[in-house]
Design a protein around this ligand. Structure first.
Ligand code: ZN
Length: 157
């Protein structure tokens, strides 16, 4: 499995990450199957939540982008191919928070790292609940679900 997007879409995410640094940026990739049709830019509302979090290290996709995605799903038959966000100063790997907050239903997470400012690193991951032998979600010693991270190729055409 691989995520397919155009050079323009790819560059659009990197430009947004640079523009919003030092905060994390975020958005949704809409399309069908593994192919992105539209980059839906979102606003990072992490700092405006009831329990605000540092937007330099957290992201929260705003409701308006989520509603737009739902509308396009209905009107165009698209789906959310991936959720993307940036790591302004750390590598393009899911953080502990990214793993903890990942929703089982969400297909992919794309992370844009600006740790090397000259060369943005863009990677895609699936983050899924680990199932135990009985078909239930495996938990750790703190009773938190254990999540497995699988990297997927990002194919730019
Ligand atoms: Zn992250």
């Amino acid at each position: 499995m691989a995520l397919h997007l155009t050079r323009t879409q790819f560059d659009q995410m990197i430009a947004q990450a640079r523009e919003e640094a030092p905060n994390e940026c975020c958005g949704l990739l809409l399309g069908t199957g593994d192919t992105v049709i539209e980059v839906l830019r979102a606003r990072n509302k992490a700092g405006e939540l009831r329990q605000p979090r540092d937007p330099r290290r957290h992201y929260h996709v705003d409701d308006e982008a989520q509603l737009t995605a739902l509308r396009l799903e209905r009107e165009q038959g698209w789906e959310i191919v991936a959720i993307y966000h940036s790591h302004p100063a750390t590598p393009a790997l899911p953080s502990a928070t990214d793993r903890a907050l990942a929703l089982w239903q969400t297909p992919r997470y794309v992370i844009i790292s600006l740790a090397d400012p000259a060369h943005a690193d863009v990677r895609a991951f699936r983050i899924t609940d680990r199932m135990d032998g009985n078909g239930t979600v495996a938990v750790d010693e703190h009773r938190q679900p254990i999540r497995d991270v699988t990297e997927e190729d990002v194919v730019v055409t």
